[in-house]
Design a protein around this ligand. Structure first.
Ligand code: HEC
Ligand code: HEC
Ligand code: HEC
Ligand code: HEC
Ligand code: HEC
Length: 487
């Protein structure tokens, strides 16, 4: 007793030292094992938050370690030492077994092989699973290619879905999805390395578009019911930055459930019928045909020919899709506001003090200038505001931090949350399809341009979607109106 472990190590070293390949692999492994072990421990404890740390461990050190291991094993297999041992060949084993004195030696070899195999399986398994898990984290998705993903990541952080992980939405549950995602991911990594990715990044309609089932794990439109009061706060560009409100009663409706009929806005996603559409462009803005399938019945709506750009459209061109949540909720988490809305939100929350005269108007003026970098935007905003108020309202400049300093910070924030000049994301680059600004969104089909052969038109009636209770009216009067309705 006591002898075997040292014996074991000796014979391991002996075996490895027979081939240069194994020696090289052995050196790589011995250097990396303690580093890898400690790094993984640190990572599990969550001490280091830097996204590159995970990348280094799981996608650089891990694979290097595996390569070292492969070298060691390959070296042992290929080595033709003095005794010309074909280690795992039957002849060798037979020969060894036939000589009684050699018996203990072959036992050592078997022990060695078994333990190396177990260690390999264990380590390979661990590096592979942790590495895989790492590519599923928000840090990897959102921060690793920092500049590329910044618009998607920042907008995500300011949305109601900031606790839903990227992969939960972008990668479906089936293994087919997973392969699709990893292939597409590998292609994207290559595009980042080659610096050939599009700026801005195009919405992932073909590859990584969320599945409807994903949304339905948390939201079930068939269970929705009734209307929803939606109040929008705005500030006018006048001296007082007058607070006005628009109040809409949204006909949220329902997808229909257990005998209840589908109705209202979520009628589109009912099980009882399907809506299909043909779009000519990748942005899905130019919809030329719509089909409604209702049991055996099929209604076909065509866009009036005068409104189709014939240079782009030949019969049957474009792509057909079934309508799902994302055709309206294309911005559930990557929410990019218009300049107007972004400033209204900051004024509403107090990040821009609303008692500074004309602050909405002046902020809108500086924030909509074109800047070629975030740094220049910050400078431009600060300079523009300071200069105008120095001339027009010098009394606002006192010692210490003034409300104007707070306002400048708020305006810069509004810019940085929505505009990413390095990625060519400007105001309005990504369109939200939930309403009908500039004839997109719902009006891609409900704009009064799509009719069937028997003269039906996809409804354009304002009241089918919402009842407008007030539009840009002083906030106090909207409150009174609601109180009256409540009586
Ligand atoms: C709640 C679901 C959801 C989550 C969570 C989510 N996304 Fe998205 N993402 C979407 C949808 C929907 C689109 C637009 C799809 C379309 O228009 O076809 C999109 C689009 C994108 C795009 C294309 C650019 C754009 O804005 O259209 C990128 C890049 C992206 N997501 C990255 C991410 C990253 C990185 C994360 C995590 C930090 C993330 N997403 C989390 C739903 C989600
Ligand atoms: C893991 C759960 C989860 C998933 C998956 C999810 N959501 Fe949500 N969603 C939430 C939560 C939580 C909220 C916030 C509810 C609130 O604030 O009242 C929310 C809010 C919303 C809202 C209301 C937003 C607002 O500003 O009021 C919409 C619309 C929405 N989600 C659509 C979607 C769509 C479309 C998908 C699929 C791409 C999706 N969600 C996937 C959990 C989820
Ligand atoms: C025809 C367009 C359309 C489709 C398709 C659609 N929605 Fe909506 N959804 C809307 C509109 C419009 C609203 C109201 C938004 C508002 O008031 O700002 C809404 C509201 C919601 C809300 C918030 C409800 C509330 O009471 O606050 C959730 C959650 C939601 N939708 C989830 C989904 C999911 C999940 C799907 C897919 C199964 C889906 N929607 C399909 C247009 C649509
Ligand atoms: C791809 C085309 C398409 C888009 C985009 C679309 N709809 Fe529709 N919608 C239809 C069709 C087709 C019908 C059925 C014909 C009709 O009722 O006019 C319909 C019907 C409706 C109805 C009546 C449902 C009922 O009870 O009969 C409402 C409400 C509605 N849509 C709201 C919206 C809203 C809100 C949006 C935008 C967020 C929207 N739709 C976007 C195609 C579309
Ligand atoms: C197919 C459904 C649909 C039809 C038809 C429709 N709207 Fe809308 N409308 C919407 C949705 C969805 C919103 C967005 C609510 C939101 O932003 O959350 C909206 C928003 C609005 C707003 C508020 C805009 C804002 O941001 O202040 C006004 C005003 C409005 N609609 C007026 C009209 C008028 C007037 C008509 C008739 C010509 C009409 N709408 C027809 C679906 C519709």
């Amino acid at each position: 007793m006591g002898k075997p472990p040292t014996d074991f190590i000796k014979s391991a070293i002996n075996l490895i030292s027979r081939s240069k390949l194994s020696v090289f692999g052995g050196i790589v492994i011995s250097i990396l094992s303690p580093v890898l072990f400690i790094s993984i421990l640190i990572d599990i404890q969550g001490v280091v938050q830097n996204p590159y740390f995970g990348f280094l461990i799981y996608l650089v050190l891990g694979p290097l370690f595996l390569i070292g291991l492969i070298f060691v094993l390959a070296g042992i297999f290929l080595s033709r030492g003095k005794e010309n041992i074909g280690l795992f060949t039957f002849e060798y084993i037979e020969e060894q077994l036939s000589r009684p004195g050699r018996y203990s030696r072959i036992r050592r070899h078997i022990l060695l092989t078994v333990s190396i195999t177990i260690a390999t399986v264990f380590i390979v398994g661990m590096v592979a699973t942790t590495g895989f898990q790492y590519t599923e984290t928000n840090e990897f998705c959102g921060l690793f290619c920092h500049q590329v993903m910044e618009p998607a990541y920042s907008s995500y952080q300011n949305s109601p879905h900031s606790r839903v992980s990227c992969v939960e939405c972008h990668i479906g549950k089936s293994s087919e999805w997973l392969t699709k995602a990893k292939f597409s991911g590998a292609k994207q990594l290559l595009a980042v390395v080659l610096d050939s990715y599009p700026r801005p990044i195009i919405p992932p309609i073909q590859t990584l578009r969320p599945e409807r089932q994903t949304c339905e794990e948390c939201h079930r439109p068939e269970m929705f019911h009734g209307d929803k009061l939606h109040i929008k706060d705005r500030f006018l560009p006048d001296e007082k930055n007058t607070h006005v409100q628009t109040a809409l009663l949204m006909k949220i409706g329902s997808g229909g459930y257990q005998g209840r009929k589908a109705q209202g806005i979520h009628w589109h996603v009912s099980e009882q019928h399907q809506v299909f559409y043909r779009h000519l462009d990748n942005a899905q803005e130019d919809i030329t045909e719509v089909w409604l399938k209702n049991g055996g019945e099929k209604t076909h709506f065509n866009k009036t020919p005068d409104n189709i750009d014939s240079s782009k459209s030949t019969p049957g061109s474009g792509e057909v899709r079934q309508m799902d949540c994302m055709d309206c909720h294309n911005r559930p988490t990557h929410v990019f506001r218009s300049a107007d809305e972004a400033l209204d939100e900051k004024i509403m929350t107090g990040a821009i003090p609303r008692d500074i005269p004309y602050i909405k108007r002046q902020a809108l003026e500086v924030i909509t200038q074109h800047y070629d970098s975030v740094e220049n935007a910050r400078l431009g905003i600060s300079k523009g505001i300071t200069m105008w108020y120095k001339n027009s309202y010098p009394a606002l400049f006192k010692r210490g931090t003034t409300p104007l300093d707070t306002a400048i910070k708020g305006i810069q924030q509004a810019y940085m949350e929505n505009v990413f000049p390095e990625m060519n994301v400007q105001w309005g680059t990504y369109k939200d399809f939930i309403g009908h600004k500039n004839n997109t969104g719902c009006f891609r089909c409900h704009g009064g341009l799509h009719t069937s052969a028997d003269g039906q038109m996809i409804s354009n009636d304002c009241d089918s979607c919402h009842i407008i209770l007030a539009e840009n009216e002083p906030a106090s009067s909207v409150l009174n109106l609601l109180k009256r309705l409540n009586k």
